[in-house]
Design a protein around this ligand. Structure first.
Ligand code: OAD
Length: 248
């Protein structure tokens, strides 16, 4: 299947020559690993909940056990699955480009598991925890029956180290992403619906600064408009094919 994807020659040539490349990924990249995308997530036990209403500090204050259990369920699924060919292709791409950076909105840790090293997490990581009151990392806590557990320093609840709706993204990471979006030669937006700010604005910035922008998701219509290339394709198929067409 991936062998059949045809890439415009000038895109391959640009990628081969590129010195500075930025990639933004979203939930779609992990779909082929078996993790549902953010907006498809609520099946089974959770089908009556709205994710945008669970992923907030207000929801945690109101019902900490409910939000904790939702993240525990998601973490369990993230730990069960493996990176897919799309994750590995991005880890391979990193090695060919002198100034490469991957910014991910995903919290599942699969890019790192696939070997990506030049990576920053915009929305945190579901495998990490912090104190709800003090925002400081919490690595362990005393086991007890209580859910969520308590911070060993201050006794407040422990929460997942995730950026929730209404919270700020880590400032230095976001600033680095804005800088890179304005200075890269090629910007890839992969497996993201581009609906959640400020991450979504990064592609707009890259378009405005006339970078070559490549969108890969299941919503766009495949085609080219000036410097913008759209691929309606699965990242686990398109990315390995792109890496192969460019560097082998
Ligand atoms: P979404 O669920 O909004 O969008 C997933 C995108 O992936 C859609 O555009 C799909 O077409 C595309 N897609 C699905 N399967 C794919 C595949 N195999 N290959 C390529 N693309 C595929 O997820 P995000 O854009 O990541 O934030 O959502 C952004 C943020 O919204 C999440 O990080 C989360 C949520 O709010 C927080 O939790 C803070």
């Amino acid at each position: 299947m991936s062998e059949n994807i045809l890439f415009p020659t000038e895109l391959i040539e640009k990628l081969r020559q590129a010195k500075k490349v930025m990639v933004l990924t979203g939930a779609g990249v992990s779909a082929e690993s078996g993790l549902p995308t953010f907006r498809d997530m609520l099946t089974g036990l959770w089908e009556n909940y709205d994710p945008t209403e669970l992923a907030t500090p207000q929801a945690f204050s109101k019902n900490p056990k409910l939000v904790w259990d939702w993240y525990a369920w998601r973490k369990e699924r993230a730990l069960e699955v493996k990176p897919n060919a799309g994750h590995y292709a991005l880890a391979a791409m990193e090695k060919h480009i002198p100034d490469f950076y991957l910014f991910t909105q995903n919290v599942d840790g699969l890019h790192q598991e696939a070997g990506s090293q030049k990576i920053a997490e915009l929305h945190g990581n579901i495998r990490k925890y912090k104190c709800f009151a003090e925002n400081t990392p919490v690595e362990s806590w005393e086991s007890s029956e209580e859910t969520p557990p308590r911070c060993p320093r201050c006794g407040s609840y422990v929460r997942p180290d995730i950026v929730w709706f209404g919270e700020s993204l880590p400032e230095r990471v976001l600033q680095a992403a804005f800088d890179m979006a304005q200075n890269c030669e090629i910007f890839f937006s992969i497996g993201t619906s581009g609906t959640v700010q400020p991450a979504a604005y990064l592609a707009t910035l890259a378009e405005q600064t006339r970078a070559t922008v490549v969108y890969v998701n299941l919503e766009v219509k495949t085609g080219r408009r000036g410097n913008i290339y759209n691929f309606n394709a699965k990242s686990g198929e398109l990315l390995p094919a792109l890496v192969k067409a460019t560097w082998s």
